[in-house]
Design a protein around this ligand. Structure first.
Ligand code: CP
Length: 283
């Protein structure tokens, strides 16, 4: 799929005649736009559902909304919702392909796949790599999806942050837990930084943003604790000056923009495979 990006015409007819509906009940920049571009590069038609002007605002249920979209002949629903399990619930009740674009603090599978793809693309492997995920693990659907993918492929995953934001149960998935940044990212091949999700905090789980930055913010000096060629990743949106300094976010080891580019290829692959595609799409 990535090869298609390098062509002068970045489009193949693989999904011509299919329709994709972006059904986002939460804000998004990257995922929503990425799915739209991915679908268009495969020649599908794309409908962006506008929540604010839809009948959801009048009290229509998710299920009735989805059934209405299905009756219009839509083939895929890309769904983001604040409620964990909402895309799964929908997938059991409609005949369209439902793709989870993030459900509460549960999972963000396409982000997990694009992160894994980016690491494999850069490092040539996943097995044996030391990968540190730093930040608000408790509220992070990205952390969960990354952990499932990366541990299954043989990476050593460390979760780093204050004890209030790093649930101990992650140990059961084969992760190490560190409350100290220096030991958590020591000799890491990859550091994936997460945003503090203030919108999901039910109580004060850390004293202040300033204290968080002092203890867990990654800057140029602290990068010396990891391997010299460590990749710096972030799923976005980035809080510059909190979990990551400006210099590190824009530095030579940062692959943040590459993650976004790779996200389109990964989402093209998902749409294509769900349509029954097997061989690489041609021209
Ligand atoms: N990474 C991610 O999910 O970003 P958005 O919230 O902008 O989609």
């Amino acid at each position: 799929m990535k090869d298609i990006f390098t062509r002068s015409v970045k489009k193949v007819p693989a999904l011509m005649g299919k329709t994709v509906c972006n059904l986002f009940f939460e804000n998004s920049t990257r995922t929503r736009t990425s799915f739209e571009i991915a679908a268009k590069r495969l020649s599908a038609d794309v409908v962006n559902f506008n929540l604010a002007t839809s009948s959801v605002a009048k009290g229509e249920s998710i299920l009735d909304t989805a059934r209405t979209i299905q009756a219009m002949g839509v083939d895929y629903i890309i769904m983001r919702h604040s409620c964990p399990g909402a895309p799964h619930m929908l997938s059991q009740r409609v005949n369209m392909s439902v793709i989870n674009a993030g459900d509460g603090a549960h999972e963000h599978p396409t982000q997990g796949l694009l992160d894994t793809f980016t690491i494999k693309d850069r490092k040539g492997k996943i097995e044996g790599l030391k990968i540190a995920i730093v930040g608000d693990i408790l509220h992070s659907r990205v952390a969960r999806s990354d952990v499932y993918a990366l541990t299954r492929l043989g990476a050593k995953v460390s979760l780093v942050g204050p004890s209030t934001l790093v649930p101990q149960w992650f140990r059961t998935l084969g992760c190490e837990i560190h409350n100290d940044l220096k030991t958590g990212i020591k000799d890491a091949d990859v550091i994936n930084l997460l945003r503090i999700q203030l919108e999901r905090q039910q109580s004060n789980l850390f004293p202040s943003i300033r204290e968080y930055r002092l203890l867990y913010g990654l800057d140029q000096e602290r990068m010396a604790w990891a391997k010299p060629d460590a990749l710096i990743m972030h799923p976005g949106p980035v809080n510059r000056g909190v979990e990551i300094s400006q210099g590190v976010a824009d530095g030579p080891q940062s692959v943040i923009d590459e993650q976004v580019t790779n996200g389109i290829a990964v989402r093209m692959a998902i749409l294509y495979l769900l349509a029954g595609g097997t061989a690489p799409p041609g021209n």
